[in-house]
Design a protein around this ligand. Structure first.
Ligand code: ZN
Ligand code: ZN
Length: 360
């Protein structure tokens, strides 16, 4: 999932961003044996997810096979038929991170073909009832307890509004995870670990930020980087203040630097939404600048207000009215915590609400 919430301006209709365009039937060969297909998704601000299909002598590996629903499975089968590969020849499903538009088809494909499900070692969906792994071991003690999306937020705001029907289903899924057909990874990769498929030896690149378990895969030989939602061509991925880390925005910055450091070695970035692009380092830098711009807006907003501000107060300075809500607040929270942890702001807690004010 991503957000387009950073867009501002008039309400006039704008041309759709690449990531927002509806899925098409088109199949593009990006490199020998590397195909891009698209699956429809119904998530605000996103029109499709790219399911890359990578061929080798054993069959194919697929990357991020869409949402968990029957019409999406039918579309997967259709694309594979067009390519000329029966579903039972899918030997590997790569899932870049624990969002449903990426892992949705994994369980179903595995049930058809016995495919391996490959993720980062910290892969964990929010419905998993077991304790989440901490990504930031030193700061684990300072972290608030893990929470479900429907539980109250630490900053005292309403959080992400989930319709009651879906909320009930989520609660049920937490108790009976089998109902959800959640993927059970069979291969969990550590950072820098190598893994072979599609006649290439890929290097795992752990890129926490958008989620704690985000995984990119790099092929040093041909310079392909599967980059999931970490770096998208024209929108910025949602940064949640609620992942199990003290400073999620800082983690994201580090992960942007990490992929940018590959420099010219990356010839083509393969994002999960939108079109493949060439200048990964340049795009990572742009996204970082976008967030630095937001941090500056929060400093200005604090001057403007002249009083301690809640996350919801501050959200209004960063997001347009139409983007307001739990996701916007969660991202604002990530930015405010970043300012707090870098020593610029302090946090006051009154009546169960966080308020932020510049130091000094
Ligand atoms: Zn996504
Ligand atoms: Zn995502």
């Amino acid at each position: 999932m991503s957000s387009t919430a950073h867009q501002h301006g008039s309400e006039a209709p704008r041309p759709l961003k690449e990531e927002q365009r509806p899925a098409t039937e088109q199949i593009d060969e990006l490199a020998p044996g590397v195909l891009r297909t698209q699956l429809p998704i119904d998530i605000p601000g996103l029109g499709h997810v790219n399911m890359y299909v990578l061929e080798d002598e054993r069959g194919v590996a697929v990357v991020d096979p869409g949402l968990p629903n029957k019409s999406s499975y039918a579309q997967i089968a259709k694309h594979l038929r067009t390519i000329g590969v029966p579903i039972k020849r899918v030997h590997t499903v790569i899932v870049t991170h624990s969002h449903p538009d990426h892992f949705g088809g994994a369980h179903w494909i595995q049930s058809q073909s016995g495919a391996d499900i490959v993720t980062h070692e910290r892969f964990r969906v929010i419905w998993d009832p077991t304790e989440p792994p901490d990504i930031d071991v030193e700061s684990a003690a300072e972290l608030p307890p893990a929470r479900k999306p429907w539980e109250p937020t630490p900053w005292g705001g309403p959080g992400i509004q989930i319709p009651w029907k879906r909320r009930t289903r989520y609660k049920l899924m937490s108790r009976m995870p089998k109902l959800m057909r959640l993927p059970r990874p069979t291969v969990r990769l550590a950072d820098a670990e190598r893994y072979s498929f599609a006649r290439r030896e890929w290097v795992a690149v752990h890129t926490p930020g958008h989620t704690a378990d985000h995984l990119c895969l790099f092929d040093p030989e041909t310079g392909l980087m599967l980059c999931g939602d970490h770096v998208l061509p024209t929108i910025t991925p949602h940064i949640s203040g609620l992942i199990r880390a003290l400073d999620p925005l800082n983690l994201f910055f580090e992960s942007l630097d990490k992929v940018a450091a590959f420099g010219d070695e990356v010839k083509l970035a393969l994002p999960a939404h939108g079109n493949p692009f060439t200048d990964l380092a340049g795009r990572a830098k742009e996204i970082k600048e976008h967030h630095h711009g937001r941090l500056q807006r929060l400093r200005d907003a604090a001057d403007d207000l002249g009083r301690p501000a809640t996350v919801m107060d501050m959200s209004r300075y960063l997001f347009s009215p139409r983007a307001q809500g739990g996701m916007a607040d969660s991202e604002t929270f990530a930015h405010l915590e970043h300012l707090r942890l870098s020593g610029e702001f302090t946090r006051i807690e009154t009546d169960g609400e966080y308020r932020y004010v510049p130091v000094g």
